[in-house]
Design a protein around this ligand. Structure first.
Ligand SMILES: NC(=O)N[C@@H](CC(=O)O)C(=O)O
Ligand SMILES: [Zn+2]
Ligand SMILES: [Zn+2]
Length: 427
């Protein structure tokens, strides 16, 4: 039993006490603390535990940069109770053996529900469909498939994947990047890239694939999820597709909400990411699209990389940045402080919508009696300074190094078990 004393659910109304018993919320009100574990939550906001549809945990294959254990700790510290682990591991998660390993290891670590994402095509090569059915029916119960890191560029393969996904009732998540338009690309195609002499990654490379896939999904009657939306034009395409009834959902990363290509001036590869940091006008449009619901949710695209793959010249560096422990703070800074979302809205984009999109029945639930105790307690007034070396990830490639960010996570509970408290993961 744990008693959370004096938290304000969704930042609305008076503080209440929340009693957690047998993994569930058993009582809410003005409660007496007897012999149970008490969390002093005065001044804290209670939200449903966050759900990340896009995490790279690097196990198997690159356990020098992240493991399911260290990534789960980072997730718990970031307020997450469920994460979806991308398939671009080594070996690639394109078969039941690998997805079952990820699933089993996640259960052993037990800091966050780890749901493996299966690859759409064998070896992420985009040529032949992987055995989606075998992964879906495995113990890992795979519900999302993605070739993330690579685009399913061939329209016929994408169409077939969508057709199968409909039959299996699973979701295809697309990394939208027309590869013919991004050969050698290093940065957002625009003034900054031109001045720095970096080959451009045009917005149209993303937008053309999103438009195509929305048309294909509509045509075959399948659902589609768009990973890491990065341009204003993609938001326009999504608005159009949703208005005509296409079953499309989309995510935006914290870094695309906050950072823009102005940061590339230093040539520091910590800012290199795929899709690239865009123009400041894009960040503004993405914030608006998220507030409006045209973009459904925030996903971290947490992408740990080893120092030797990051601390090198720009063109040789791998794209990607850490995200799990900084996501909420960046959302507070860009969306809450920006007046675009209230705390209800934060619960929607970080927990409720991603849980719905993934079909998770016990996450993103209301804070109410009888519901699963998947909760996060946030101090909205506190700030913290990011130090990559102190993050739980094995890697430290955070673009927010040295930045003071708002919002501190005081505790995370997964089915009533405290998985993180006062900056320490429970392991
Ligand atoms: N986002 C990135 O820049 N990198 C990701 C792959 C991806 O999300 O496309 C990675 O796996 O490192
Ligand atoms: Zn991607
Ligand atoms: Zn990714």
């Amino acid at each position: 039993m744990t008693l959370i004393k004096g938290a304000v659910p969704y930042g609305e109304g008076d503080p209440v006490d929340i009693l957690v018993e047998d993994g569930q919320i058993s009582d809410i009100g003005n409660l007496k603390s007897d012999d149970q574990d008490v969390i002093d939550a005065r001044g804290l906001i209670a939200l449903p535990g966050f759900v990340d549809l896009h995490t790279h945990l690097r196990e198997p294959g690159r356990e020098d940069t992240e493991t399911i254990e260290t990534g789960s700790a980072a997730a718990a510290l970031g307020g997450y109770t469920a994460v979806f682990a991308m398939a671009n591991t080594d070996p690639i998660a394109d078969n039941p053996v690998v997805v079952e390993h990820v699933w089993r290891r996640g259960r052993e670590v037990a800091l966050v529900d780890v749901h493996p994402i299966g690859a759409v095509t064998v070896g992420l090569k985009g040529e032949r469909l992987a055995e989606l059915g075998a992964m879906a029916r495995s113990n890992a119960n795979v519900r999302i498939f993605s070739d993330d890191g690579m685009c399913v560029a061939d329209p016929l393969i994408m169409r077939r994947a969508l057709e199968y996904s409909r039959g299996l009732d699973v979701l295809i998540a697309q990394h939208a990047e027309e590869p013919r338009l991004t050969v050698g690309a290093q940065a957002h195609e625009g003034e900054t890239a031109a001045r720095l002499g970096l080959a451009g990654w045009p917005a149209a490379a993303e937008e053309s694939i999103v438009a195509r896939d929305c048309l294909l999904a509509g045509h075959v009657g399948a659902r589609l999820h768009v990973c890491h939306v990065s341009t204003a034009g993609t938001a326009d395409v999504l608005r159009w597709a949703k208005a005509r009834g296409t079953q499309v959902s989309a995510e935006v990363t914290p870094h695309h909400l906050l950072l823009d290509d102005d940061r590339l001036n230093t040539y520091d590869p910590v800012n290199k990411v795929n899709p690239p940091l865009r123009a400041i006008s894009d960040t503004k449009s993405l914030r608006e699209a998220l507030a409006e619901g045209v973009i459904d949710c925030v996903a971290t695209d947490h992408a740990p990389h080893a120092p030797q793959d990051k601390d090198c010249e720009w063109s040789a560096a791998r794209p990607g940045m850490l995200g799990l422990q900084t996501a909420l703070s960046v959302v507070i800074q860009t969306m809450v402080q920006g007046g675009l979302l209230d705390w209800r809205g934060v619960a929607r984009v970080m927990s409720e919508r991603p849980a719905e999109i993934a079909g998770l029945p016990d996450h993103g639930r209301p804070i109410a009696v009888g519901e699963p105790a998947n909760l996060v307690l946030v101090d909205p007034k506190a700030t913290w300074t990011v130090n990559g070396a102190e993050l739980a990830s094995l890697a430290s490639n955070t673009p927010y190094e040295g930045m003071e960010l708002p919002g501190v996570i005081k505790a995370t509970l997964l089915r009533g078990k405290v998985t993180a408290r006062d900056g320490k993961a429970a392991r």
